[in-house]
Design a protein around this ligand. Structure first.
Ligand SMILES: C[S@@+](CC[C@H](N)C(=O)[O-])C[C@H]1O[C@@H](n2cnc3c(N)ncnc32)[C@H](O)[C@@H]1O
Length: 439
């Protein structure tokens, strides 16, 4: 999508959404959903695409603004900073013709009602056009501004992927593909691809994941042939390993311990043709509603429970599970392509707290597994601290746990489990450790 073809209303809504994220700490998904709700669909899509481009590159764009300002902006002018970054995003990352990017951003500056805003936006964006190459060269000098990523996160990514850290960071700046999961219990991947093609949608089979198809271009899910009937769902290929690795068998008693919004719940059921005794648990009742919607579309059944995994007395009938999927809450750094606001909102100090919680959840889930049963610990984090460090430390206190080899292709062996580097065959970053209860 390129800029210049639209007027100031989608730009204004984009600025409103970016301001909610950057100045109030709200999530981009929520802010954009609300700010673009009343726009015609084409303008809403344009507004969202610009917001994503700006958010993906924000750290670099903000550094450009700082490099060009003679004196720092006052805190009360923070919205001008956001607007300048939005204008620079149009110039550098959105394909808006130069004159349109400057003119339209300056026009928008009138609405922010800060003295001097229009002149400043005009002057600074024109300077960015004149000094385009020099500015880019300065920004490329260090990794944080080259890849628009906070330094603490770059350090964690380098530590986790010493040989791939630059390709991971490169991938983190690119739009994510729209990947589909075919319900192989009801359709072959070839048949589904043929149906998509009949509907004018090109899709490639994913080379590493047997249920995955990658669309050549993103579309509205409602326009996907087979979506309403539950033949196909939207899910990143790396996320599809979860159900494939746990591989529940028909009639197994399975706990999806952190289930919402239910992407993996549906896949667990698909793997067993719907014949599972599955309990989908989540502490967040609102999010659990989305599991219900997903299952209704897939025509599968599971019991749903709102509850805290650490407090099983409130929701558990005391009968141990054969298999448990533990997809813990995490930094979500493996999905920063899809949620670039994570780079701005997540703090380094969050990670130790998350790791403590992850270990507590692992302990709680383990107590619900039968001897001989299997538990899959999963995160969409790139960081060792939330992945193998959690599981390895926990194993020290749990000699009844046996580590199984989750040997799937495309992963990197860890001290315990396997990690998928963000960008490997265009997948999100994930981590899996498969544990068996020796009883
Ligand atoms: C990474 S998300 C799960 C994504 C989900 N498995 C999927 O594939 O769609 C983590 C989930 O854990 C839930 N959660 C966090 N703490 C929990 C707890 N103590 N007990 C149960 N669920 C919890 C969150 O509400 C969130 O929905």
């Amino acid at each position: 999508m390129t800029g210049g073809q639209t007027g100031w209303i989608p730009r204004r809504q984009c600025l409103a959404a970016l301001s909610r994220v950057l100045l109030k700490g709200e999530s981009l998904t929520t802010a954009l959903a609300e700010e673009t709700r009343d726009l015609p669909s084409r303008e809403a899509a344009w507004s969202r695409a610009l917001a994503y481009a700006a958010m993906r590159w924000y750290i670099r764009l903000e550094a450009m603004v700082d490099a060009m300002l003679d004196r720092p902006l006052k805190p009360r002018d923070a919205v001008i900073r956001v607007l300048l970054c939005q204008g620079l995003a149009e110039i550098f990352h959105f394909g808006t013709p130069d004159h349109a990017a400057v003119r339209e951003t300056a026009e928008l500056a009138r609405t922010v009602q800060r003295p001097g805003a229009v002149g400043l936006v005009n002057a600074l964006l024109r300077r960015a056009l004149r000094e385009r190459e020099q500015l880019a060269a300065v920004m490329d000098r260090n990794a944080a501004t080259r890849y628009a990523c906070p330094s603490w996160l770059i350090k964690g990514i380098r530590d986790a992927f010493p040989d791939q850290w630059e390709s991971v960071l490169q991938a983190s700046t690119e739009p994510a593909p729209m990947t589909l999961r075919v319900n192989l219990a009801r359709s072959s991947r070839e048949d589904l691809a043929a149906r998509l093609e009949e509907g004018g949608l090109a899709a490639e089979p994913h080379p590493l994941v047997p249920s995955a198809l990658t669309l050549a271009a993103a579309v509205d899910v409602q326009d996907l042939p087979g979506f309403a009937e539950g033949l196909v769902s939207v899910q990143d290929a790396a996320a599809q390993w979860a159900a494939l690795l746990l591989a529940p068998q028909p009639e197994d008693r399975v706990l999806d311990a952190c289930a919402a919004p239910g992407g993996k719940t549906g896949h667990l059921l698909e793997c067993a043709g719907g014949e599972l005794d599955l309990l989908a648990l989540d502490v967040d009742g609102g999010r659990l509603g989305r599991v219900r919607e997903n299952l209704r579309r897939l025509h599968y059944h599971a019991r749903l429970a709102v509850g805290d995994l650490s407090d099983p007395e409130a929701w558990w009938d005391g009968r141990p599970f054969d298999a448990i999927l533990l997809d813990v809450p995490c930094s979500a750094t493996g999905v920063i392509r899809r949620h670039p606001d994570i780079k701005l909102l997540r703090r380094q100090g969050d990670i130790p707290d998350l790791a403590v919680r992850q270990r507590e959840l692992l302990t709680a889930a383990w107590g619900l597994l039968r001897p001989g049963g299997r538990l899959l610990y999963a995160t969409c984090s790139l960081l060792r601290a939330e992945n193998e460090a959690v599981v390895a430390a926990w194993l020290g206190d749990n000699p009844d746990a046996q580590v199984c080899d989750p040997g799937f292709p495309g992963g990197i062996d860890r001290e315990v489990g396997r990690a998928i580097a963000l960008g490997t065959r265009d997948m999100d970053g994930f981590y899996y450790a498969l544990l068996e209860h020796e009883g």
